[in-house]
Design a protein around this ligand. Structure first.
Ligand code: NAP
Length: 260
């Protein structure tokens, strides 16, 4: 597939590891100049170098917490006019909602709802003026099918999804699209973290725990982050301008429905 993305600029948030990294790698393979962020500078720079070596693309690494104003300002200073924005941040911790106070909720809403909204606010008008923009929000399959112990994730991400459902339809006529990518289980550090408690309970290793759960899904496995990166590239392609306000679930068929 010809993506038409060569020479475009992308800001990919939270991208030293996991799904963000896979999106940055996928876009760089298409000749996109990528700016990547994460809090841990050394790991981020190592990933930037890995992407440069693998793709030959220009990669800029900006260390900082994307959920803070300072972190967003630094990312935008390095990439003020992105053609592509991939919103991502760490997910909220699992637990029982009885244990979450106001501060915990504010942190989750800040990271998984307000941060993407403020990054969209900072970049969407430039995209409109240039008549091209692709915004991809990495959320979670929990937006469609809630995961009981990830209540803050279910709530904050659903808030973002509701907001962009409206905005996507206001900007589509300018060839600016906003869509969600909803990961089910992908083999990343995050998945290992969210399965640690279950593994400790069952006496299995974290890997065994993940594989045991994955066996029951239609695909019989967890996702490879590279598959997620490829879906991101597809949504960003110049030929994807008619895909507007959609939420693409990548979960190996685990969400059981006849359509949608
Ligand atoms: P991951 O492997 O843990 O990677 C997270 C990446 O984000 C790292 O590069 C991390 O680097 C960076 N990061 C985290 N918080 C950040 C912040 N505040 N500012 C800047 N960078 C930050 O996680 P993942 O599996 O790729 O998950 C990505 C998102 O998808 C998360 O929101 C997660 O909840 C969601 N998700 C994942 C799965 C899955 O199965 N993997 C399923 C559903 C939803 P630093 O720590 O150095 O900042």
């Amino acid at each position: 597939m010809e993506t038409g993305l060569k020479g475009k600029r992308a800001l990919v948030c939270a991208a030293s590891k996991g799904l963000g990294r896979a999106c940055a790698m996928g876009l760089a393979m298409e000749g996109v100049e990528v700016t990547i962020t994460a809090r841990t500078a050394a790991a981020l720079e190592a990933t930037a170098e890995e992407i440069r070596r693998a793709t030959g693309a220009k990669v800029t690494a900006v260390a900082g917490d994307i959920t803070t104003e300072a972190g967003r300002a630094a990312a935008l200073a390095a990439c003020p006019e992105p053609d592509i924005l991939v919103n991502n941040a760490g997910g909220p911790p699992p637990g029982d909602f009885r244990d979450w106070d106001r501060d915990a909720w504010i942190k989750a809403v800040d990271a998984n709802m307000l941060t993407p909204i403020f990054l969209i606010k900072a970049t969407v008008d430039g995209m409109i003026a240039r008549k091209f923009g692709r915004i991809v929000n990495i959320t979670s399959a929990s937006v469609k099918s809630p995961i009981p112990h990830l209540g803050m994730s279910n709530g904050a991400r659903a808030g973002l999804t509701g907001f962009v459902a409206g905005l996507a339809r206001q900007v589509a006529r300018h060839n600016v699209t906003i869509n969600g990518l909803l990961p089910g289980p992908f083999l990343t550090d995050r998945l290992k973290g969210t399965n640690a408690a279950a593994a400790a309970k069952s006496g299995r290793t974290v890997e065994e725990e993940i594989m045991a759960r994955a066996k029951d899904s239609p695909a019989g496995r967890v996702g490879d982050p590279a598959e997620f990166g490829a879906a991101c590239v597809f949504l960003c392609a110049t030929s994807s301008g008619f895909i507007v306000g959609q939420n693409l679930v990548l979960d190996g068929g685990a969400f059981n429905s006849t359509m949608g």
